[in-house]
Ligand binder design. Sequence first.
Ligand code: NAD
Ligand code: DAU
Length: 354
Amino acid sequence: MTILITGGAGFIGSNFVHHWCNNYPNDRVIVLDALTYAGNRQNIAPLESLENFRFVQGNIGDRSLIDSLLRAENVDTVAHFAAESHVDRSILGPDAFIQTNVVGTFTLLDSFRHYWTEKGSPENYRFLHVSTDEVYGSLGPDDPAFTETTPYAPNSPYSASKAASDHLARAYFHTYKVPTIITNCSNNYGPYHFPEKLIPLMCINILLGKPLPVYGDGQNIRDWLFVLDHCKALDIVIHKGQPGETYNVGGNNEVKNIDLVTLLCELMDELAPDLPVKPSKQLITFVKDRPGHDRRYAIDATKIKTELGWTPEVTVEEGLRKTIQWFLNNREWWQPLLSQEYQDYYQKVYGVSV
Ligand code: NAD
Ligand code: DAU
């Protein structure tokens, strides 16, 4: 297989690149990443010396680059992760979300369509579009979990842009028969998670002895999935999924934000030596809510379980322990990410510096 992985220097993408190189050493892996603030070549640095590996710095919206890359490398599989991914940044500035998530995905899909047609429309080619549960909107406390047929109701510029890209991936299958597959996954966490997101932000702030900003009343619910479980699901979808289908991927781990942050504090107190503030839950601070903050997400992953045989393997506590240990062992990875750009962003969202 020759697989083009877009966004492979980001959080989930880089975990997936490691997963693929470890499990399929004979496949050729091409990583395409623009290296935005969220992309970090260090995440995949140990793989760059592999014979079958190539890193290309570039934008998914660059049509001539994509046209030539697909042909030069004889790509048969695209795993499309590249996106602007953070809800708070989409509220501050939606433009980049439209450009990358909508226009960029369109460019990639349309380039792949022409290339695939030119090749004689091979049946074994795949275009995996990696998406989010946020396209389904927000659940009430007693609503059933999202299934693949839940109507789309995105509430943030981020989720609206992902919804638009999902619709394009779907339309390319129905209109042109391009073998696209869509996955909609719940909240991931684990190694290489950029500090702006809830779990890494809390881990790092605990290590620095800084306030832990919990939005609103802390009662919002997310369905947490360890990132390697997500990578395994995507692997199975690429190998066994049906073109034109959508698969929901979730952790079956619904947790209220305040409970998650409290558990994280307890595990940090146990695992981290010499914390500046202990017990670290003293640092929990309720702050102004996120505008349009979705109350609850929950995934019904019955379809991927019954049709493809995937289930999550890692519990929240186990996954958090692994994640905390990773952040403790990799200070040299996260310290440089608390850059001026990050400080400016932090100031805009939280009104204080980290
Ligand atoms: P991330 O922000 O950590 O990484 C995104 C990567 O895409 C970065 O390496 C960045 O440099 C790259 N990128 C951004 N714009 C680009 C462009 N125009 N061209 C090429 N590369 C570009 O994101 P993530 O959390 O790893 O999410 C990956 C994908 O999974 C996204 O599509 C996201 O919507 C989806 N997703 C994320 C989660 C989650 O919990 N993080 C859950 C479900 C789905
Ligand atoms: O559900 C999948 C989505 O999960 C992905 O599509 C997104 O790319 C990913 O960023 C994530 O979105 P969320 O908005 O759910 O994740 P985030 O880590 O930003 O926030 C998780 C919850 O924690 C959410 O309810 C907001 C809250 N939160 C977040 C931050 C950063 C806080 O209370 N305080 C914070 O400082």
